[in-house]
Design a protein around this ligand. Structure first.
Ligand code: FAD
Length: 385
């Protein structure tokens, strides 16, 4: 099978699955701020969430390119891959840096759906984008780590069995580089909650199941360590490129959904005895949004192709995320404007998707931080922070 055939079949398969979860499904969950359990279960049972898990562990052994197509199609269908995308990008850290025992223990269960790895804990309330300054510590005590600290915006923690947690294992004053001394732990949430870990949901403008985590001397076995102690920042950076590419693909899916809906509405809505889409003032913004989504898509596939070849792709992954998030946000605005008053009505879903796609200007990395990366690492300008 050629990769074009594979991609076509993947798109078709995900689209068909998504037909079982129409606008009304997402709208009702949004109103209740409820987790799309049935959707995530269906996606898992169909094997899509195991796309990146090697066949030897029960997955399909596909690349980030294919994973990105799966997430794109979910958003393109009007759904929200944000409910489950972390399982795709956290997987890489476990795959590349986990021990054989960890991989044998967890990957088949993740592939089969017996376990969920949907939570990724990096951000903290007092340090934000300045990751190396994070304050949550894990201190060795015999064969245990004792974890103290706080995380914020940790999404899906209430709907996940495992959490990939970034902590400081060596105090920042004792390391040569501030990127040293961070470690990644694979925490079993099922045993942690109530024994030193408290999860507090945060209600947000969209349905994202995000939370705050409080660690009060949570003890976990030292074999929860992924890779080497103190090397966590390196593992984090590895995974972040995959995350940027996958989120870019979700934005492309959103962008195409907005352009479709705007086009459809502009063709059917008649005011002043003509379809509103006959007016250049209405059609040009839609056409421009389409152009920008398609341009961003080229950078997304360029970044994905580099990633899957194992080539450096930091610049392309960051640029893809920026271009795609900007394009989906522009398309979202255009869709609201095209729909006039109905753009604000819940039953049209435009306002829901508008709220959902707005997130990607800020998370998982804000636009400014991407520009700072490009300025420093691509253009060689002085570091600004
Ligand atoms: C709904 C939601 C879900 C999330 N899910 C997760 C998750 O699952 N796991 C996780 O770890 N995190 C998650 N995050 C956190 C997200 O990654 C952060 O919000 C994001 O990285 C920005 O960090 P911050 O909110 O602390 O903003 P800050 O770092 O405080 O920044 C605030 C603003 O200042 C700007 N800024 C800061 N420093 C500079 C600078 N030097 N130059 C220019 N501009 C600057 C930023 O661009 C931003 O616009 C989530 C966030 C949200 C809102």
């Amino acid at each position: 099978m050629t990769s074009a055939d594979l991609h076509r079949d993947l798109r078709r398969g995900v689209r068909d699955l998504c037909k079982g979860f129409p606008d009304t499904y997402w709208r009702e969950l949004d109103a209740a701020r409820a987790y799309p359990d049935a959707f995530v279960r269906a996606l898992t049972e169909a094997g899509y969430l195991a796309a990146l898990i090697p066949e030897a562990y029960g997955g399909s052994g596909l690349g980030v390119t294919e994973a990105s197509i799966i997430l794109e199609e979910i958003n393109r269908s009007g759904g929200n891959a944000g409910a489950c995308h972390a399982q795709m990008y956290t997987m890489g850290t476990l795959l590349r840096h986990g021990s054989d025992v960890q991989k044998r223990t967890f990957l088949p269960q993740l592939a089969g759906g017996a376990l969920r790895l949907q939570a990724f804990g990096v951000t903290e309330p007092t340090t934000g984008s300045d990751t190396t300054q994070l304050k949550t510590t894990a201190t060795r005590k015999g064969d245990r780590y004792v974890i103290r600290g706080q995380k914020v915006w940790i999404s899906r923690a209430e709907h996940s069995d495992l959490l990939l947690l970034v902590v400081r294992t060596t105090p920042i004053e004792q390391v040569k580089k501030r990127t040293d001394g961070l470690s990644v732990l694979l925490v079993d949430l099922r045993t942690a909650v109530g024994h030193g870990l408290t999860i507090r949901p945060i209600r947000t403008m969209m349905n994202h199941a995000t939370t705050e985590l409080f660690f009060d001397d949570l003890e976990v076995p030292t074999d929860t360590l992924v890779g080497e102690e103190g090397e966590g920042f390196r593992y984090l950076i590895d995974g972040l490129n995959a995350e940027r590419i996958l989120i870019a693909a979700e934005c492309i899916g959103d962008g195409r959904w907005f352009v479709d809906r705007a086009t459809r509405y502009a063709s059917g809505r008649v005011v002043f005895n003509r379809p509103i889409g006959q007016n250049q003032g209405v059609q040009f913004p839609i056409a421009r949004a389409h152009v920008n989504v398609e341009a961003a898509d080229l950078m997304r596939f360029r970044a994905a192709e580099l990633f899957d070849r194992g080539a450096p792709c930091g610049a392309e992954a960051n640029m893809a995320k920026l271009l795609a998030a900007d394009a989906s946000w522009e398309a979202a605005n255009v869709a609201v404007q095209t729909h006039g008053g109905f753009g604000f009505a819940e039953e049209y879903d435009i306002e829901r998707k508008f709220r959902e796609t707005r997130l990607y200007q800020v998370a998982p990395i804000s636009t400014n931080l991407i520009l700072a990366y490009v300025a420093e690492h691509v253009l060689g300008l002085p570091r600004s922070y």
